[in-house]
Ligand binder design. Sequence first.
Ligand code: ADQ
Length: 528
Amino acid sequence: MMWSPKTEQHESEQEDSTATLEDIEDTQQVASPVDEQAIARISEARTRLEEFASSELGDAHLVVVSNREPYVHTDPQDGSKWHTPASGLTTALDPVMRICGGTWVAHGSGHGDILVADASGRVQVPPDHPQFTLRRVWLERAEVAGYYDGFSNRTLWPLCHQVYVRPRFEEEDWLQYKRVNEKFAQAILAQVEGKRAIVLVQDYHLALVPEMIKSARPDVVVSQFWHIPWPNIDVLSTCPWHRQILKGLLGNDILGFHVRQYCRNFLGGVDRALEARVLGDKSAIFWNGRTTFVRPYPISIDPETMIPSENATVPELQRHKISGARVLLGIDRLDYIKGIPEKFRAYDRLLREHPEHQGRVVLVQLATPTRSRVPEYVKLAHEVEELAREINERHGDSTWKPIVLLQRLLDQEELAALYAQSDVCVVGSLQDGMNLVAKEFVAARRDQRGVLVLSRFAGATKQMIGALPIHPYDREAYAATLHAAIMMPPEEQEDRMRQLRADLSRHTIYSWAENILREAVQVQRKFS
Ligand code: ADQ
């Protein structure tokens, strides 16, 4: 019997859908045909965006703005070393900027950043093959503490994710947030001076920027994409400055979220908090003489960047994988929204309830440290390490380590290899705007194999129907789903993976960007 992917209620059916480990091993090596249609669709989407950029953008200067920069120069001596950060936002937008060109304005955070930038903070990137300009904004230590560690990551992040980490409301953080938003706005205004421009603001660090740009340059099109969930007004209004945040965002001509629910929360929130005209049927808000359109734009990736090369490996996987063992994989920033402890506890339960998996599975969890100046993240890092140690002690021995916890940054080739060499990818977020790891796993599986286990609280769950859904807080059902994933017969894996890959090929980062830019260009035509 096929496991129905649509609801978690079907979890009780999993016992019927299982094969034996031997059945799976017999067929695991069989190569599957490549989905040519899906691959063709991806390259068509890229070509469409290229054509759109050259024919429709005209002389409009494109400016992307985010806190995080896409390339970090790390060497304090000569700036020669650099890396790309572990960030969903930069992963998604970098291929778009490579095609469209223009300027990316972001905080210059690397030790070598200043060495390679010109007097205005500009440097051409990617460093090995320049295609667009990165304009770095320099921030003081106190600004980073208040605007980034404070208001962005200790106020807005927990407020929008609602995973029971209490948001902190500190006036000093708010003042720094306003100050840094002003600094970004000034950098953007300098960049677009005397030009027609489309400004694409990214994320929750910069909620006040749109209004600042719009009041200085009403002719510039401002479109913002909010990469995390948007809460309902009862939650949002606990923030003493929620009205200023809403007014800042209403400087946008277009405001995008991943899914409709976040759009509805925003429209409903503005309706209750401000004297604005909210046109629900048009998904538009009329405020202060201007209109803001609120749109769902589910973000995605360029699936072609996740193609594993033949001989690529990850040394830690080679070292710890026991021959014939199933590999479960988690790739997350070490963030409390990603549900890493909950995943470990479900895995622990799986090993207790299914002793047949002892010595025959390994969970490789990449947990890249992030925001390590924020106390909640320091606490989480200890918890995750401690739990992994406990579970390894409880079940493992000198030949088998049930959890392999890795904290380093992988390059794209290693990431693709890890996805391709795993059997099950487990995305257990407690809340997540979208989650690109789920999409990267699917992109890497040209062999049409592998099982995606996906939290019902990740935005991606709305699009990825072939995944096995889990409720990350329901440990019993979570463990049962992990068991079903490990035991899933190859034919069912193929059916699901084919569907997932076909859906992914229809919704790539290129179609995402094209939709956003198309609407921005329409707005611009009204202005000219
Ligand atoms: P993130 O919370 O950063 O993004 P996600 O969408 O999962 O989360 O993207 C993480 C990215 O970092 C992936 O591309 C992944 O491959 C990469 N990564 C993680 N660990 C890595 C490591 N050790 N080495 C190399 N790369 C690593 C936010 C929101 C998400 C939303 C994105 C995009 O929280 O919900 O999907 O923005 O909008």
